[in-house]
Ligand binder design. Sequence first.
Ligand code: DOR
Ligand code: ZN
Length: 432
Amino acid sequence: MTTTLVKGAVPYGEGAPVDILVEDGQIAEITAAGDTGERPGDVIEADGLVALPGFVDLHTHLREPGREDTETIETGSAAAALGGYTAVFAMANTDPVADNTVVVEHVWRRGREVALVDVHPIGAVTVGLKGERLAEMGAMARSLAGVRIFSDDGMCVADPLIMRRALEYSRGLDVLIAQHAEEPRLTVGAQAHEGEAAARLGLAGWPAAAEESIVARDCLLAGHVGARLHVCHVSTAGTADVLRWAKARGTQVSAEVTPHHLLLDDDRLETYDPVNKVNPPLRTSSDTKALRAALAEGVIDCVATDHAPHAPQDKDCEWSAARPGMLGLQTALSVVIETMVRPGLLDWRGVARVMSERPAEIAGLPDQGRPIAVGEPANLVLVDPEAVWTVNGAQLASLAGNTPYEGMRLPGVIKGTLLRGKVTARDGRVAS
Ligand code: DOR
Ligand code: ZN
């Protein structure tokens, strides 16, 4: 039997510190701090640390297969464990695309071998992400990988009839369609949020309405066929309004926001540094404000990273040639503390809700996002809420270094992550 004792942590940052005894992957005992006598096994000194359920990321790009020069399942899993994650969903826009059982089973198997985080492959909705023909969703759902989320992320399922069919199938299969909401006709050549900053710099605009119109359409379609819908990386105040409306009328829709859309805005464009290029683009400061409020209110259900590693040659180049995307796994919690906890919009319970419980529910993971209680799986993250760190892309576990937070001092340091009782990260190091 493997035993680990977590000493002196404060679950959800509420009340007195406790000792958490973990045996064989489960929480076996929770006692007042200091009451647990000598125990054989590993001890984690967690005085003053906040204990939360391990985080679940519904939106991660791990780049394997195809771009192992930028990230692999191994390096991405390490970044996830260091970021406090115990489960991640790996997007399907790999090369080859995860639109068949061979690719999704590879991702699933490799995730199990690495064993730092539960890696759940996302399957493509359409063959090759082309938006033309539905992929074999049923086969992927029934495969060893047990795919439960499908997305063409990177691309929008733009054809309304294909989207309708995908939603209909998803209902029958009890899986979830996650939409990258971008009406492609409105974003041809787009380089940045269509607004003052882009106009001043001469960058072709990506209008908010290109996102909002697809979200509205998809909510109507999901309601019509009685399916669930998940909206990826909500980036505008208007999308939050559409979601509020759809939820009020009973649509089964959930939504995520990225840390970068909570913190960063299009003031960043001034430098023309492509590290700030992302899709959907950084919006305005009033959008970030509205997104924070919508997340606090529950209109946006959860935080997802859209962790998108890119090679230097795809980022350190002129703006128009650069690929969109930024790293996110190791900075997500700190950005959520900065944007939500410090301003008083969320407490630690709220952080557990948006980074662990809701994403686990949305994805249908029975053993993630569970309460910190006796008999529950020991998927835990230990956070030093007072510590501050300086982001350095070169030191992150990802193979790529494209963090928009380079040099920033951010609050909150992850001291430990446990996956079913196994320590996967400790004091900034991945467990071997
Ligand atoms: O910024 C982005 N990067 N947005 C996407 O939708 C895709 C992603 C990527 O794969 O790099
Ligand atoms: Zn996307």
